[in-house]
Design a binder for this molecule. Structure first.
Ligand code: SAH
Ligand code: SF4
Ligand code: F3S
Length: 458
């Protein structure tokens, strides 16, 4: 053994939502002082973390096949005399099925839930002595945020920032209230401090995250609860922070003040992910969403009055128990009325322990498949129409990274589409007007106004 500390390699694989992406970045922050440097592949890593998602059956099952692959990789590493590796399962599957993971996958050294990963350094040390450490099931996000290092590694001009965790809504299909616990909001000062530190490192855009982010009610300096709108107004004042986004919202927590903020704050991007799940009142009731389809449509109308160019995104579930063809058509009709810039649609997945899993009228998979295809076709046509409608317009683009061609840069429109621009590499980290020239299947392409002028005079 030599005394020099070679960097240990850490590989983190992230499944699920943006909350997990944020948590993975923070796990890397927690482990960096221990000498762990990020690796982009599991081969040869000393520590592998699977940050898992429990939302649908497929997501949860993927974890077990991944553990199997990691076990083989570790055996090969050991056989080659290259030492061993520690396998950690984190995230929502860890929270929901910690005991089962340990029983079903003995290769796992440590299971850690989403509110306990700030303790990773001690846990890893313990797990290397006694296998089978498990720490989950304590929902205390305040401890976590207090313990996380204030210094974050920043990789580009955009960053996620978790401001709220957990959910009290108990939609009958959803595991999140069980995996992430009750709603809890970070204090305003803690959010602002993290945002300021990010802005100082060149971050121009933050996406505020929460399972129910518009239920945000973190305490301000005077000890009074602050709304998401008030938080956005405070963030907008931070020098250098020019774009604010937030996700995911619930229709029932959408206050008039937040609508007003969309009309008033230039920094608040005109893009809103506001899931409705279904267009049928019968299904919405069975889902415990506590609002009607019309209430959602009216809400979008009011938001559009405040911010006419806002682009709407959403989530949909098809094949919820009891969904008839008529109910599904109500969903298609709602989609037609709203007009989506983007959306995610899912086939209902029966999750153990949720009320919907025991409901009568479970929909046959082939019926759900067929509905999913029809819904996707409609949503995709709407997305493409929206992209095509931007051609010829000039939009501010935040350049994030290099593209595939030399000199090319890729940025984001206010509506979250990727925008490719040639000869723009020097603009990475800046927000620049771009004239949109074409809409491809997955992104837009455009030119800088100066380039257009140069072409015109050439
Ligand atoms: N808090 C957010 C979303 C959380 S989960 C909200 O309330 O909208 C992200 C999406 O996964 C949900 O909006 C829903 O569309 C989908 N989803 C959740 N549980 C599901 C299940 N059991 N089957 C299929 N899709 C599900
Ligand atoms: Fe799940 Fe509903 Fe909570 Fe969203 S609001 S996380 S869908 S229970
Ligand atoms: Fe999945 Fe957990 Fe997010 S279940 S969707 S990773 S909150």
């Amino acid at each position: 053994m030599t005394g020099t500390a070679a960097p240990k390699r850490l590989y983190i694989k992230t499944y699920g939502c943006q909350m997990n992406v944020y948590d993975s970045e923070r796990m890397a922050d927690v482990l960096r002082p221990l000498g762990y440097a990020m690796s982009d592949q599991p081969e040869g890593a000393d520590l592998v973390v699977l940050n898992t998602c429990h939302i649908r059956e497929k997501a949860a099952e993927k974890v077990y096949s991944e553990i199997g692959r990691l076990r083989v990789m570790r055996e090969e590493k050991q056989a080659a005399g290259l030492g061993t590796s520690t396998i950690v399962v984190a995230g929502c599957v860890a929270q929901a099925e910690g005991e089962q993971i340990m029983a079903r996958a003995p290769a796992v050294d440590l299971v850690v839930g989403p509110q306990a990963y700030h303790q990773l350094p001690e846990l890893i040390a313990r797990a290397s002595r006694a296998k089978g450490e498990r720490l989950a099931a304590d929902f205390a996000p305040e401890d976590k945020f207090d313990a996380l290092p204030s210094d974050r590694a920043v990789t580009g001009p955009t960053a996620f920032l978790t401001v709220q965790e957990g959910c009290d809504k108990f939609c009958t299909f959803c595991v999140v209230p069980y995996t992430r616990g009750a709603e809890w909001s970070r204090p305003v000062a803690s959010v602002l401090a993290e945002a300021r530190a990010l802005a100082e490192k060149g971050v121009r855009e933050v996406t505020l995250l929460g399972q129910n982010v518009n239920a945000y009610n973190g305490l301000d300096e005077s000890g009074a609860p602050s709304s998401l709108a008030a938080l956005a107004r405070a963030l907008a004042k931070i020098e250098g922070l020019d774009r604010i986004r937030y996700t995911t919202s619930h229709p029932n927590d959408f206050s008039d003040d937040l609508i007003a903020a969309h009309g008033e704050l230039e920094e608040l991007m005109p893009y809103l992910h506001l899931p409705v799940q279904s267009g049928s009142d019968k299904i919405l009731r069975a889902m415990n969403r506590k609002h009607s389809a019309q209430k959602y449509i009216d809400l979008i109308g009011r938001i559009r009055e405040a911010r006419p160019d806002i682009a709407i995104s959403g989530d949909f579930i098809v094949g919820f128990p009891g969904e008839t063809e008529k109910d599904f058509e109500d969903t298609l009709n709602l989609v037609r009325q709203i007009g989506h810039a983007s959306a995610f649609s899912f086939k209902y997945s029966r999750r153990p322990g949720t009320p919907a899993s025991a409901m009568p009228g479970q929909v046959a998979p082939e019926v759900a498949d067929e509905r999913l295809q029809r819904l996707n076709a409609l949503l995709e046509a709407q997305r493409q129409d929206f992209c095509a409608s931007l051609v010829g317009r000039t939009l501010p683009v935040l350049f994030e990274k290099r593209g595939r061609h030399a000199g090319q840069a890729i940025g984001r429109s206010p509506y979250l589409q990727g925008v490719h621009v040639e000869a723009a590499e020097q603009l990475i980290g800046r927000i620049v007007p771009v004239r949109i020239e074409a809409a491809g299947p997955n992104s837009l392409s455009g030119a800088l106004p100066q380039q257009e002028m140069a072409q015109a005079t050439a």
